[in-house]
Write a protein that binds this ligand. Structure first.
Ligand code: F6R
Length: 243
């Protein structure tokens, strides 16, 4: 596991974007596993700049997103489909037909999660997966628990996640209580993983990456079982790592 400590999310986002750019330039039809939330926003800004500077093209790129809120349509401005369109897809030459985000309004969620997992397999897995981390250590929406789901599934969000995400909604009551999320095994299908974390409230989750044990109660700690993980953090998120 490689840990890169950056000045701030801008520098960290640029580093992550450089990794994605290199993956795409090596393989034009790369499959990107993408994340939403505040953490990757600067990375998407850097990618758009790189596209504008003709450092890369998304023409043949495919993407699979980690998660989507249950009950929100892709037109809802807090849906993760909307986020992806708004923060990346609308600004680059990606074919939106090659971008996949779980359907938050599926008629049949069992069928939706099965189809989504099969989609990841049909694409050959992610060449690189971008991850953020929750204050409670969740990755995707795999919340701390005694047992974690392996594959794409519907997850009940914890109160801590609902509270953290309420900043984007009119009130906490408007935050969906469930999300469709890739499972741990779906995430581990990625050949390469890039985890980003910025801010002091992520320091405990990041410190768990140094322990000699893993725990499903801190899902991010399981990343130690993957062979190719790069962690990009700012100084605040790195503050509880040993110096
Ligand atoms: C988003 C996702 C979540 C976020 C996490 C951190 O697609 O899967 O795990 O990465 O909740 O969110 P932010 O970046 O808003 O702090």
């Amino acid at each position: 596991m490689k840990i890169i400590v950056c000045k701030d999310s801008k520098e960290g986002g640029l580093k992550a974007a450089e990794i994605l750019r290199d993956v795409i330039n090596e393989k034009n039809d790369a499959v990107l596993g993408l994340a939403t939330g505040s953490t990757p926003i600067d990375m998407y800004k850097s990618l758009i700049k790189m596209y504008e500077n003709k450092e890369l093209t998304f023409k043949d790129v495919k993407s699979v997103n980690l998660d989507e809120y249950v009950g929100l349509s892709g037109e809802h401005d807090q849906s993760y489909r909307y986020f992806m369109n708004d923060n990346l897809f609308n600004h680059v030459d990606i074919n939106k037909g090659n971008t996949y985000v779980p359907n938050g309004l599926a008629d049949d969620y069992d069928a939706e999660v099965k189809e989504y997992e099969e989609r990841i397999d049909r694409l050959g897995g992610q060449d690189v997966q971008i991850l953020g981390v929750g204050v409670n250590g969740h990755i995707g929406f795999n919340e701390p628990a005694e047992k974690l789901e392996l594959y794409t599934h519907v997850e009940d969000l914890t109160q801590s996640t609902i509270d953290a995400n309420s900043r984007n909604f009119a009130s906490v009551d408007d935050v969906p209580k469930q999300a469709i999320s890739m499972g741990l095994r779906s995430i581990f299908k990625a050949k390469k993983i890039v985890l980003m974390a910025f801010g002091e409230n992520k320091a405990d989750a990041i410190a768990s990456l140094e322990y000699s044990k893993v725990s499903t109660l801190v899902p991010v700690s399981l990343l130690k079982l993957h062979d190719d993980v790069t962690v990009i953090v700012d100084e605040a998120a790195a503050s509880k790592l040993s110096k």
